[in-house]
Design a protein around this ligand. Structure first.
Ligand SMILES: C[C@@H]1O[C@H](OP(=O)(O)OP(=O)(O)OC[C@H]2O[C@@H](n3ccc(=O)[nH]c3=O)[C@H](O)[C@@H]2O)[C@H](O)[C@H](O)[C@H]1O
Length: 484
């Protein structure tokens, strides 16, 4: 049972935040200018891609009303490149029993509390309805709020499930053919293998990853598991949008279109036009102190928190490589601080050539720095999108199951990087960390040459002049076509 500590009425919702543009901007008569409301799951890995697409659409004159939990709204203002077209609408999120006060997004809590973040978001449904009735957008872009399509139908608004995690993992795990909805106790080998009519690939899940999927039946938010929530969203939305491109995931997008019998619109790789920010201290001088192409950057997304033993294997593996490194790792679940989590004497040994940072680092900016020679990523789609267009070598260390599917595709299909090998129980050692890094950093080895050549090919493909624009233009045309 969840305690809702605030009762919301129209007057309590600060409706004066709406942009002062004339209402008829969103009349159907004017088909050239769309008005889109955005409401992504309360997580950095969702906010960031929704903001990217908002900037791309606003650049073409479309209006965006971005609904944000009031507590985090100001954090994103610097990334609003078109404030005259993108309005941030603060949403007062009910306090949920068990969530630390002040916690608003997944990055604020351990993964065990992610379901409560979802519950808080589910409880905003009445507030969201009030705003949508007032805003009257053409579309709502959403992802984890499976109740959004029904709410939109009631208000004569179109709904798009905007998938920020890439297509392959949704296609591998969440289609009717996979039957993940029907049976909670799917056999492991059914989960490990691609569905029957899945595009040819060498993607397979390991047993320890399949066990995570088969156990994923607990409620994620109010009375529904995450898989059921996502399949419901995919089934009931009017149109599916995906932050990807055919050059990377064409066959999987086609498969999703066949499975869900609806339009699948691709936004392209949406390489970010990050505001021209400059790398600041303490990172700027540390990163600049190394020769080009020698620094290992290790960032495991906004949510991953390792256990202390894995945390230590990872940092000791970085030390073993002999390369300088910068690792952004949240302190492990069973340790209070970074200092107490690091192995005895480690910080003295690596002083000046290794830095373990316990908080948020400007990943995109650091990735652009010439010192960076290798990026160890957890394979969240946002980080993978950035990694493909970066010149450095890639090592994959997936944490979640969708990240594991992404890692398999990038290593065994695209062949642009190497995944750190894990034991059958999912544990990885310092030696495996070192082996994977050295493999991609060795310009003379067969694997080193192969990943460099393939990575360069995809990087050139995705950075091709006009590619981004052609995807977004087509994206808008298909949105307009959906309005009929
Ligand atoms: C869709 C969902 O995104 C989630 O988000 P998560 O944050 O883990 O990963 P990214 O998508 O890489 O998003 C992370 C985003 O945060 C940025 N960043 C992160 C850490 C840091 O210290 N500094 C940064 O700048 C990074 O550059 C990227 O833009 C999960 O992956 C989930 O598997 C996936 O389905």
């Amino acid at each position: 049972m969840y305690i809702i500590s605030n009762h919301f009425t129209m007057k309590q919702q600060n409706l004066s935040v709406y942009p002062t543009y004339s209402k008829n901007m969103s009349t159907m008569a004017d088909h050239k200018t769309l008005h889109i409301a955005m409401y992504p799951f309360f997580a950095m890995g969702h906010f960031i891609p929704f903001l990217h697409i908002s900037n791309k659409l606003a650049k073409r004159g479309h209006r965006i009303s971005f609904l944000f939990p009031s507590k985090v709204l100001t954090k994103f203002e610097p990334q609003n490149l078109h404030p005259h077209l993108i309005s941030f609408i603060p949403i007062t999120v009910p306090q949920v029993d068990g969530l630390p006060s002040g916690a608003a997004i997944t990055a604020d809590v351990p993964s065990s509390l992610f379901p409560s973040i979802m519950t808080a978001m589910d409880l905003t449904q009445p507030i969201v309805e009030i705003h949508l009735r007032e805003l009257k957008p053409h579309f709502v872009f959403f992802d984890f709020t499976h109740w959004m399509p029904a709410l939109c139908r009631k208000l004569d608004i179109r709904s798009m499930f905007y998938v920020t995690s890439g297509a392959v993992n949704v296609a591998f795990l969440l289609t009717p053919e996979k039957k993940i909805m029907e049976k909670d106790d799917l056999e492991l080998d059914v989960i490990m293998e691609p569905p029957e009519s899945f595009p040819p690939c060498s993607i397979r899940l390991h047993a320890h990853e399949a066990r995570i999927v088969s156990n994923n039946t607990r409620p994620f938010g109010v009375n529904i598991s995450l898989p059921r929530r996502l399949v419901t969203s995919l089934t009931e939305c009017d149109v599916i949008g995906i932050k990807t491109c055919t050059e990377l995931e064409g066959p999987y997008c086609q498969y999703l279109k066949t499975q869900y019998k609806k339009e699948v619109i691709l936004a392209g790789p949406t390489v970010t036009e990050s505001p021209n920010l400059v790398l600041e201290e303490p990172f700027a001088s540390f990163v600049a102190s190394f020769k080009p192409g020698t620094l290992i950057l290790c960032v495991l997304g906004s949510e991953c928190v390792l256990k202390k033993d894995q945390y230590q294997e990872l940092v000791l593996g970085l030390e073993l490589t002999g390369f300088p490194f910068l690792a952004a790792l949240k302190p492990p679940t069973d340790a209070e601080t970074t200092e107490s989590a690091l192995p005895e004497g480690f910080q003295m040994r690596v002083k000046g050539k290794g830095l373990v940072f316990g908080g948020w680092v400007p990943q995109e900016l650091i990735l652009k720095h010439p010192s960076v020679g290798c990026f160890i990523t957890h394979c969240g789609w946002g980080s993978l999108s950035q990694s493909i267009t970066s010149p450095c070598q890639l090592v994959f260390l997936p944490n979640g199951v969708d990240q594991a599917v992404n890692a398999r595709m990038f290593e065994s299909d695209l062949k642009i990087g190497v995944e750190i090998k894990k034991r059958d129980d999912g544990f990885f050692s310092r030696d495996e960390v070192c082996k994977a890094v050295r493999a991609v950093m060795d310009v003379d080895s067969q694997i080193g040459k192969e990943v460099r050549a393939n990575h360069a090919k995809y990087r050139e493909l995705l950075l091709r002049e006009g590619l981004e624009d052609s995807y977004i233009d087509k994206f808008v045309q298909k949105l307009l076509a959906t309005l009929g």
